[in-house]
Design a protein around this ligand. Structure first.
Ligand code: PAF
Length: 287
């Protein structure tokens, strides 16, 4: 295994990728904002299994934060991230500066309508414009053949799929299952900001969603099941609930009932103090 290289400029990255492509290699990218955990590493492994060369990007993207405190407190652990990625067999860690990504005069935003409205798009205005813009730039900079994303950020994956289809971007999107702690909490970089007491409460999120998914699959009315789930989260100690919704997996349209042949997913976001957690689960078809 060759040692991992860290690159921070578009020109340096392009030169390395050009060499790989001239040698016929297929290139995979795992875009991240760092503070890496086992969920990210599972994406790195998925990329390694399918591709000849792997890039992981670490960039805390300022334009996708709708809240200055959230941006300021987002965990930044680049040295540790680099050690984890080197051990995982990544070829290149691409860690551009904000000035490299957004030089003076930068004035472009990508807006993906439809799938980015409501859910996290409703509670975080402008968030998905920032995500789509940076992800498009990362695709153009890495010229990767395939990109790997976690299903925990389910709406994000649908926004990126829509953008790739609409803009004819020559890249395949692979989504990978959510990785969880032993007690069910979805792995997230934000989990490290939870206090011990909040961490205990956090496990209610996957538990309440799993129970709600089962209830809907067993025939409980969707509206009643969703408002019951929000109540259970509040009773468990969540400070507020942004949403608990049932959506069609492919286009994220709201579902008032399960429909035959339409895969459905329960999606939720809720706050513990100033930490916002999200999670989602497929709802099995009725019967
Ligand atoms: O999911 C994330 O970590 C970010 O939204 C992404 C895709 C790396 C864009 O900044």
């Amino acid at each position: 295994m060759q040692p991992m290289e860290t690159i921070s400029t578009v020109a340096g990255l392009r030169a390395r990728v050009r060499e790989w492509k001239q040698a016929g290699a297929r290139v995979g990218v795992v875009p991240t904002m760092g503070a890496l955990h086992a969920g990210h590493l599972s994406l790195v492994q998925a990329a390694r299994a399918r591709m000849d060369r792997g890039i992981t990007t670490v960039f805390v993207n300022p334009i996708q934060f709708d809240n200055a405190d959230d941006l300021a407190t987002y965990p930044r652990t680049l040295a540790e991230d680099g050690r984890m990625l080197a051990r995982s067999g990544v070829d290149v860690l691409y860690a551009p500066t904000a000035a490299e990504m957004y030089p003076p005069g930068f004035a472009t935003r990508i807006t993906v309508a439809g799938v980015s409205t409501g859910l996290c798009g409703g509670s975080r205005p402008g968030h998905f414009d920032g995500v789509a813009t940076v992800v498009c730039k990362l695709f153009m900079q890495t010229l990767a053949d395939c990109a790997f994303f976690g299903e925990k950020d389910f709406q994000q994956v649908q926004v990126i799929r829509r953008m790739v289809a609409d803009l004819n971007l020559p890249i395949e999107i692979v989504s990978c299952p959510t990785m969880r702690e032993a007690d069910g909490l979805a792995l997230s970089s934000r989990n490290r900001r939870l206090t011990a007491a909040q961490r205990q409460t956090a496990v209610a999120l996957p538990r309440v969603l799993a129970a709600c998914a089962q209830d809907i699959a067993a025939g409980t009315g969707v509206a009643a099941a969703l408002s019951g789930a929000a109540d259970h989260l509040a009773a468990a100690g969540f400070d507020s609930v942004d949403y608990v919704e049932l959506r069609a997996e492919t286009d994220l349209r709201p579902l008032a009932t399960l429909l035959p042949g339409t895969p459905a997913r329960l999606l939720a976001a809720a706050w513990l103090g100033d930490v916002r957690l999200i999670d989602g689960m497929p709802v099995p078809p009725r019967g």
